[in-house]
Design a protein around this ligand. Structure first.
Ligand code: PMV
Length: 320
């Protein structure tokens, strides 16, 4: 049996950083994200016992480095006693560079593997399974503005508003498309163990989540901008103050942050965020997107710009 699914990456406006359970990959804090629409990963899973072992390709080339994590994700969805699978992944943006390719990949893999195995999971169950591979992947099962909460011994996801309810734009400035040196799982553990600010980070997260949720429900761009930039800088402060420190940014990242701050000070509806990589994501009101894209593409060191709206959750895309 074979199935294909598509998922889009999501960008956290209120970040998660740190795990409360490394075995089950449960996040230490809740988070709020937006799912993008222009960027995507499409994964086909075909179970073929004759293969003997899983085979993974990324954009047509063998991808052995990513295979173990992908195989474990598919085991969780289809059972460890499943036949071997041919897994073909197509991604239209740089992989492992802080653009949330793991979120779209594992969300798409969970949906495709479930369908290929004939398993009938709810979206919440698929989110929980994808989240065990990559914490942020759980959010890509849903579209729009998504909140991930920690409840009891698991996660629970909620769509605060859908993608049509507030059509913000996201301008991504690519400052370095190479794969990052320290993955987020490793960096989170270093921060949890060594950053002097980690305890305070945990304590303050509920307040940031409340502020962002209220701002989103009220479509209050300025309030969302304030708390989202604060959450981003706080998360990166954890990595900077870890031992050894993990610095995901380069000089161009800082130039872009400054350019966004200047636009905002001039009254343009835009704010920045950045994840475990050097790319800058400028979230903006629809009428500001052109100006933001022009400004960021003129920053020395920005190799290219990707523009996106807010999109839908992971879904099967082949005929049933
Ligand atoms: O999905 P993970 O476990 O690789 O972690 C992603 C962490 C950030 O992107 C930096 C923040 C977030 O909430 O997405």
């Amino acid at each position: 049996m074979q199935a294909t699914a598509r998922a889009q990456p999501n960008i956290a406006l209120i970040k998660y950083w740190g795990k409360r359970d490394t075995e089950r990959n449960l996040p230490a804090v809740g988070s709020i994200s937006i799912t993008l629409d222009e960027l995507y990963t499409e994964i086909t899973v075909a179970f073929e016992a004759s293969l003997g072992a899983d085979v993974l390709t990324l954009n047509g080339a063998p991808a052995p480095d990513m295979l173990p994590r992908m195989s474990r994700c598919i085991d969780r969805v289809a059972g460890a006693d499943r036949p071997a699978g041919r897994i073909d992944s197509v991604c239209n943006f740089p992989v492992a560079a802080g653009l949330a390719s793991s979120a779209s990949s594992f969300a798409a893999a969970a949906v495709a593997a479930a369908a290929a195995a004939g398993r009938d999971y709810s979206t919440a169950e698929l989110a929980s399974l994808a989240g065990q591979a990559s914490g942020s992947a759980a959010r890509s099962l849903y579209g729009g503005f998504v909140e991930l909460a920690n409840v009891n011994d698991d996660i629970a996801l909620d769509v605060l508003i859908d993608e049509a309810a507030w059509p913000l734009r996201v301008v991504v400035a690519i400052t370095d498309a190479a794969a990052k040196k320290t993955g987020s799982t490793e960096a989170m553990e270093i921060s949890r163990r060594t950053s002097p600010f980690y305890g305070r980070w945990l304590d303050e997260q509920p307040r940031d989540l409340d502020a962002a949720r209220d701002a989103i429900l009220a479509r209050d761009f300025d309030r969302l901008a304030d708390v989202a930039e604060h959450s981003c800088l706080k998360m990166h402060s954890l990595t900077w103050t870890s031992r050894p420190p993990v610095v995901y940014w380069n000089a161009t990242t800082l130039e872009c942050l400054q350019a966004v701050r200047e636009l905002r000070a001039a009254g343009v509806g835009v704010f920045f965020t950045a994840d475990a990589g050097p790319q800058v994501k400028a979230v903006c009101l629809p009428d500001a997107a052109g100006r933001v894209a022009d400004t960021l593409s003129a920053v020395a060191g920005v190799s290219h710009i990707i523009e996106s709206g807010i999109g839908a959750g992971a879904r099967r895309v082949d005929a049933r």
